[in-house]
Design a protein around this ligand. Structure first.
Ligand code: FAD
Length: 519
């Protein structure tokens, strides 16, 4: 399915509508959260544009990346995630080098400087066309609008083109019969699948960009020689992070292929068993844009004999999880307020949350005295990643056992996840907290003990992350303060449960019912 889309035509047509004639000079591709050269619509379009209207030798394709620490801090990006971006920038640069495309890396000291930085590059490097992939978040959209306006105002002959490439199916294509966006997953997914199954262009993989004429290597020698930052300070073990999540598109594709060939067929059985590592762990790559969702769905579809919603149980379940990723992005586009500190269900904003800082601290440290919760939180602290089942368990625990505002948990996750993603993280939190679009109903409260016995029956996952409990039996490990004598329990050096689940659940239900007007 390596058929090219034909963005060149689109570019030229749109340009014809431009009221000021454009003289082709250099073409700029501004990379943001799409750190890949394969299946990158904006990059391909930029590459094709750089070939049009000249001999090919007097204008080049130039790539830009802007380091913008203030923006990242405002968005709670985890240091380990920024480090992953920087490592991927190195591999991206190596790929671009091979195509004689210079990568210009600039720093914006303040977030408002981004506009200036783009302007300077455009002016300093003789750019006539600017391309980028659309970002879906409100702040980023505003920023892009400012950049576009500033460029067009100062240089009416500059052409800016944004490509919609974050979604497999664009937001406006997935609509209810009455033309509205979906707010519930299942009908959304049914429509999405029908579109993807019947209209092959959604899964067409965009071609690789062409190489620049070799002369670019001489003209821009300083950029080919430059060594942009290859890391970012973070509190985790640097070598361990490199080992767990090696950077680069080749790595991402190797993982994708291996997963689809070897593990995906058992995914429906293994995905909910935390000690089994039955999932793909592709989320860091997807969220840095090293891999596109489209590439994942396309690969799984081929392995599933061209089926999306039927066929192999494992493959179709995996595609459905990618469907959740799509769903939350569509929600972000249709209801941006959900990611602006608002609950999707406004009534739930009346909940009076606990401000028990000690409880929150204990939760972050993995010292709640609930082994399965602590194991999840410690996996996050040690690796920047947490298994999906655990994300649900620890989120439900924070909100329903500790009655702490889900937004505190959402922020803590973003600050620590290597795969932090505004849409999926917000969706996951609001689902767990029963405040979201298609959430679990408020009266469903996970019992941490039962979750532990069900999803980690032998305590293998707990043993991996909570070494104090390593020597306990499969039975004891789920609830050691009850299973052992007080003397033996004290020897473990492991905390007692910080709340009593039954009481905590009652307190939560009472408060939620009050907030929802049900009591
Ligand atoms: P796989 O099981 O191999 O799934 C493949 C891909 O499908 C994932 O990489 C992911 O992109 C997507 N996916 C799978 N499950 C979900 C889901 N429930 N919602 C949305 N997309 C999904 N995912 C993030 O990418 N970033 C986050 O910040 C994030 N925060 C979360 C917070 C909470 C409270 C919860 C409950 C879930 C969150 N998720 C988040 C969703 C999910 O936990 C991760 O995507 C998944 O664990 C990543 O592991 P994987 O790549 O092995 O997934």
């Amino acid at each position: 399915s390596n058929t090219a889309t034909t963005p060149t035509k689109v570019v030229i047509k749109a340009e014809e509508e431009h009221n000021v004639p454009i003289v082709t000079r250099n073409v700029l591709m501004w990379f943001r959260n799409d750190l890949r050269i394969r299946d990158n619509k904006a990059l391909y379009a930029a590459s094709m544009r750089s070939k049009v209207g000249g001999t090919g030798n007097n204008h080049f394709l130039i790539a830009l990346y802007i380091i913008s620490e203030e923006e990242w801090a405002e968005h709670d990006e985890a240091p380990v995630k920024i480090d992953f971006w920087m490592r991927n920038l190195v591999t991206l640069k190596a790929s671009l080098d091979k195509l004689a495309i210079p990568l210009v890396v600039k720093t914006a000291r303040k977030k408002t400087d981004v506009v200036k930085v783009v302007e300077e590059v455009v002016e300093g490097m003789g750019v006539s066309h600017v391309f980028w992939s659309q970002e879906l978040m409100v702040d980023e959209r505003k920023r892009d609008q400012l950049v576009r306006e500033a460029l067009m105002k100062k240089h009416p002959s500059i052409y800016v083109e944004e490509h919609e490439d974050q979604l497999v199916v664009p937001a406006e294509d997935v609509r209810t019969k009455t033309g509205n966006p979906y707010a519930v997953f299942t009908p959304f997914y049914n429509t999405w699948c029908k579109l993807v199954e019947t209209e092959s262009h959604y899964l067409e993989i965009t071609e690789m960009p062409d190489a620049n004429p070799l002369e670019a290597k001489e003209v821009y020698v300083e950029y080919f020689k430059a060594k942009p930052p290859s890391s970012h300070p973070h509190p985790l073990d640097v070598d361990e992070m490199k080992r767990r999540y090696p950077a680069g598109e080749d790595e991402a594709h190797a993982r994708l292929d291996k997963f689809v060939q070897e593990k995906a067929k058992k995914y429906h059985q293994g995905r909910d068993v935390p000690p089994q590592d039955g999932t793909s762990v592709l989320s860091p790559y997807l969220n840095a844009g090293v891999l596109s969702t489209r590439q994942c769905v396309a690969a799984a579809r081929i392995a599933n004999k061209n089926k999306i919603q039927s066929g192999d149980d494992g493959l179709k379940t995996w595609i459905k999880e990618l469907g959740w990723r799509e769903f939350y992005r569509h929600i972000l586009v249709a209801f941006p307020r959900v990611c602006m500190n608002r609950a999707f269900q406004p009534k739930t904003e009346r909940v009076q949350w606990s401000d028990n800082d000690e409880h929150f601290q204990r939760w972050t440290e993995g010292k709640t005295g609930f082994p399965i919760v602590d194991a999840g939180m410690r996996q996050l602290k040690a690796t920047g990643y947490m298994h999906n089942r655990l994300r649900m368990i620890v989120a439900c625990f924070l909100v329903k056992d500790l009655l702490i505002n889900w937004q505190q948990g959402e922020k803590y996750f973003m600050n620590n996840l290597i795969d932090g993603d505004l849409a999926s993280n917000n969706g996951g939190w609001q689902w767990s907290a029963s405040t979201g679009t298609d959430s679990q109903p408020y009266f469903r409260v996970f019992n941490p003990l039962l979750q532990s016995q069900r999803y980690d029956p032998k305590g293998e996952y707990i043993r991996r992350w909570v070494p104090e409990l390593k020597l306990l039996t499969d039975k004891q490990i789920h609830d050691p303060s009850q299973a052992l004598s007080p003397k033996d329990f004290a020897k473990l050096g492991y905390p007692k449960p910080i709340v009593e689940h039954a009481k905590a659940k009652a307190r939560y239900l009472e408060e939620f019912k009050r907030a929802l007007g049900l009591s």
